[in-house]
Design a protein around this ligand. Structure first.
Ligand SMILES: Nc1ncnc2c1ncn2[C@@H]1O[C@H](COP(=O)(O)OP(=O)(O)OP(=O)(O)O)[C@@H](O)[C@H]1O
Ligand SMILES: O=P(O)(O)O[C@H]1[C@H](OP(=O)(O)O)[C@@H](OP(=O)(O)O)[C@@H](O)[C@@H](O)[C@@H]1OP(=O)(O)O
Ligand SMILES: [Mg+2]
Ligand SMILES: [Mg+2]
Length: 360
């Protein structure tokens, strides 16, 4: 029996008798002794909120930290691992499904599940995730936004997509009017280390050495600090990270070739406490981020993502979005545990209210 038909049943005055425990597989049975959550005033019956998750082991470790699990348990939220070797519909029932796995097969499984179980909140829809797995389409929605007069200007760097034939790159770069140096990024982000292998091309000749399919993006000097804007539903949290240093005239002239660079901004070390030039360190204006997050949530159809933003060095309010990631490393986001718990509760409260309205 789907959990939400139970909610609707309760709303109509039915009593709940031990049905929930049959939902939980054995390994979670002792969770039944933990507290339950109440989904709102006038709704006294306690419930368990079950979050099924299908994540890589790396993600499970970084996201499902003991503190999150403990706080969640106290609020009546339990996490249940999805067994990928068994049909998804035979598992649960879940209130929420969290997932980040690569491959077509998983996409089909989760899409099929969404269609068959509209009562379950799947975070997030596979098509919406696919959209941000391509470095061209991921930034298109930002480019389409006209956020030029919202406490600052926000756009995307000029960029060019090269699908094949590296010999055509210098010409294409010239025609598109892109200025060197350029950041070369694999077109598709598929969760592999290779899809995060970026390089800088300093001169025309080195463009021939690049391996399409890729995106060539103008390098934006930003004072070595990047802003990572984490979004969890309605919540927004910004952190500073160290990034690449500026490329001045001198560095540009003295370098040639293609330089691979490491995943500098992914490192856990935060730049939040560093002694930085205030004009570089100042966070982007809150109203700008709120507007951007709201628009992107709607346009992308995602609730769990982050946005990488650069401030052009020497400007106060010229910002560039350079990357959008689905279900990023939230474990590094301060207070992520409370933010997620509130988010999960808000999702079921929202659903419950909707059900009540429909039943009235
Ligand atoms: N256009 C740019 N101008 C200047 N620096 C850039 C630019 N694009 C990327 N960088 C630098 O390279 C880093 C990685 O770029 P990007 O975020 O696009 O790659 P990614 O592989 O998607 O990384 P992530 O681990 O965040 O998913 C950025 O954090 C930033 O330091
Ligand atoms: O490795 P971390 O935990 O930090 O998380 C990174 C995450 O890897 P994971 O999903 O395998 O965990 C990456 O996902 P893929 O593109 O490779 O799918 C991407 O979202 C990065 O931007 C995240 O770093 P952050 O932007 O938060 O610094
Ligand atoms: Mg990034
Ligand atoms: Mg990325």
């Amino acid at each position: 029996m789907p959990r939400y038909s139970i909610l609707a049943g309760i709303a109509k005055g039915m009593r709940l008798t031990g049905e929930i425990s049959s939902y939980l597989n054995e390994e979670n049975e002792n969770e039944m002794n933990s507290p339950s959550y109440s989904i709102g005033p006038g709704f006294p019956h306690p419930q368990k909120l079950v979050v099924g998750y299908a994540l890589t082991s790396k993600k499970t470790k970084s996201f499902l930290q003991p503190k999150l699990q403990g706080l969640a348990r106290n609020k009546g939220i339990i996490f249940v691992a999805i067994d990928q070797s068994r049909p998804l519909s035979d598992q649960g029932p879940f209130d929420i499904v969290l997932h980040k796995l690569s491959g077509k097969e998983w996409r089909h499984i989760i899409e099929d599940y969404r269609l068959k179980h509209p009562e379950v909140t799947v975070l997030d829809p596979p098509d919406a995730i696919q959209h941000v797995h391509n470095r061209q389409s991921m930034l298109q929605d930002v480019a389409d936004l006209n956020l030029s007069d919202c406490y600052g200007k926000i756009g995307v760097p000029r960029q060019l997509v090269v699908k094949k034939d590296p010999s055509s790159i210098p010409d294409a770069v010239g025609k598109a009017g892109l200025m060197l140096p350029l950041v070369a990024k694999p077109l598709v982000v598929d969760g592999t280390a290779k899809s995060h292998q970026l390089s800088i091309a300093y001169d025309q000749l080195s463009l021939l050495k690049l391996e399409p399919p890729l995106v060539l993006q103008e390098f934006i000097n930003h004072g070595g600090v990047i802003f990572k804007v984490y979004i969890v539903g309605e919540a927004i949290k910004v952190v500073r990270r160290f990034s690449l240093p500026d490329i001045g005239e001198h560095e540009h002239l003295c370098n040639d070739g293609v330089y691979r660079f490491p995943r500098v901004s992914c490192a856990a070390a935060s730049a939040d406490e560093a002694d930085l030039d205030p004009s570089v360190a100042e966070l982007p204006p809150r109203p700008l981020l709120e507007r951007l997050a709201r628009e992107l949530r709607r346009r992308l159809g995602l609730r769990l993502f982050n946005i990488d933003i650069l401030r052009e060095h020497g400007t106060k309010d010229r910002f560039y979005v350079i990357d959008i990631n689905y279900f990023p490393g939230y474990g590094k986001m301060p207070e992520y545990e409370h933010i997620f718990i509130d988010f999960f509760l808000s999702l079921v409260q929202g659903k419950y209210k909707k059900r009540l309205m429909n039943n009235c």
